[in-house]
Design a protein around this ligand. Structure first.
Ligand SMILES: O=C(O)CCC(=O)C(=O)O
Ligand SMILES: [Fe+2]
Length: 208
């Protein structure tokens, strides 16, 4: 899907992807290679990475990636049966939030970091459709390091899967009804794969 997009004139600009029942925008070079390398090194070093145990189909398993949850106080979040209390914003994460809020026109009060150590790390099929995100959440997904495949599939309609290569420094905005109609995954990949960090910036509603 993304392979032949002719975006190379304005790598920082978000460009709409023509996918039905979704609002997807992609900038393949939101950060330059140098900026991305600096951010990746800082995040690898500064983040309190953890491997969580989650319940999948009734069984407790180790998540196949490392995570860290950061956010404003009060932005607490439950995810696949894990309750996550957010760590505070670091200067690195605050700077990224500012950049991404300015580019996307949405506000975020939390960010989930995922570290895919190699091709064996992955995230299974899901939609980010928790009630606390509201019916039409804007989720901004920033990728650093190893390019990995991000695959979307429609929940109901017969539609070919949509594949996007999430390159180093790229930004994918998922908004509108995307989470209502589509699921996504980052599958395991064979062969030599280096580390990748993905950050999804989200706006969590206050608990009533
Ligand atoms: O790593 C990615 O690109 C996606 C991560 C994801 O879907 C999530 O954290 O909800
Ligand atoms: Fe997700």
């Amino acid at each position: 899907m993304s392979a032949n997009l002719d975006l190379f004139d304005s790598p920082r600009e978000l460009q709409a992807l023509a996918v039905p029942d979704a609002d997807l925008r992609f900038a393949h070079g939101f950060y330059t290679r140098d900026e991305a390398a600096t951010l990746m090194a800082a995040l690898l070093e500064e983040t309190p990475w953890r491997q969580e145990r989650i319940r999948i189909a009734g069984e407790m398993r180790w998540q196949p990636r490392l995570t860290s949850w950061h956010g404003d106080l009060g932005a607490d979040y439950a995810y696949s049966g894990i309750r996550l209390d957010p760590h505070p914003w670091t200067p690195t994460l605050s700077r990224m939030r500012r950049d991404i809020e300015a580019a996307t026109g949405h506000a975020y009060n939390s960010v989930l970091l995922n570290l895919y150590r190699d091709g064996n790390d992955s995230v299974g099929w899901h939609a980010d459709d928790e009630a606390l995100l509201g019916p039409t959440p804007a989720i901004a997904s920033l990728s650093l390091g190893q390019t990995r495949l991000f695959r979307l599939r429609h929940k109901r309609r017969l539609h070919a899967p949509v594949d996007i290569q999430l390159t180093d420094g790229s930004l994918l905005l998922m908004a509108g009804s995307t989470q209502r109609h589509w699921e996504h995954t980052v599958p395991k990949e064979r062969g030599e794969r280096g580390p990748r960090i993905n950050l999804t910036f989200r706006l969590i509603a206050a608990r009533p």
